[in-house]
Design a binder for this molecule. Sequence first.
Ligand SMILES: CC(C)(COP(=O)(O)OP(=O)(O)OC[C@H]1O[C@@H](n2cnc3c(N)ncnc32)[C@H](O)[C@@H]1OP(=O)(O)O)[C@@H](O)C(=O)NCCC(=O)NCCS
Length: 171
Amino acid sequence: MTPPPARWEPMTAADVDAIAAVADVVHPAFPEDRAVLAERFALCPEGCFVLRQGRDGAVIGYTLTHPWAADSVPPLNTLLGRLPPEGAARVYYIHDLALLPAARGMQAGAAAVRLLEARARAAGLATMALVAVNNSGGFWRARGFAPVDSPHWQQKLASYGADAAYMTKVL
Ligand SMILES: CC(C)(COP(=O)(O)OP(=O)(O)OC[C@H]1O[C@@H](n2cnc3c(N)ncnc32)[C@H](O)[C@@H]1OP(=O)(O)O)[C@@H](O)C(=O)NCCC(=O)NCCS
């Protein structure tokens, strides 16, 4: 029998270990501690989703997102402490969208972006932002994101790798 297609579902606290395992596979060059991933979920559970497959709901991808300040990138592998206070956030920030290699190329990434656009709107934020890494710039451009080029960003993104670009999309 054909297995049910992969589906995005709200993340739960019980998924933290599973997304950490996916992160280890997808981002070996940008390791983040389990505590950092768990804190993103604790701060904004409604912005976190997992891609599940099969009857057992195995996690094959995830996305972590949250409201954030304008023109600011949280350093990698760092606890945030808190989100901007009510009304102070300016962008809906995609901290990460990561799929295991076998989960790619099936439009799950595109589906996640549509889901996140709805979350941004629900949070009352008209701009989305992210740091594109791993040569993913083309994926984000096709979803309507554009790079913000400035020496300011080149310096700030040094730890994210040579191809990193801060990108935004106005909804
Ligand atoms: C980038 C990523 C999220 C894309 O997800 P995906 O499910 O494989 O992408 P989709 O199947 O939804 O692709 C949608 C479209 O984007 C294109 N695309 C996918 N990845 C791309 C890339 N890296 N560069 C350019 N285009 C890309 C696809 O060809 C497809 O085009 P089509 O609509 O014309 O068919 C996924 O490859 C991934 O997790 N990569 C590793 C982690 C990563 O780099 N995350 C981004 C960090 S900012």
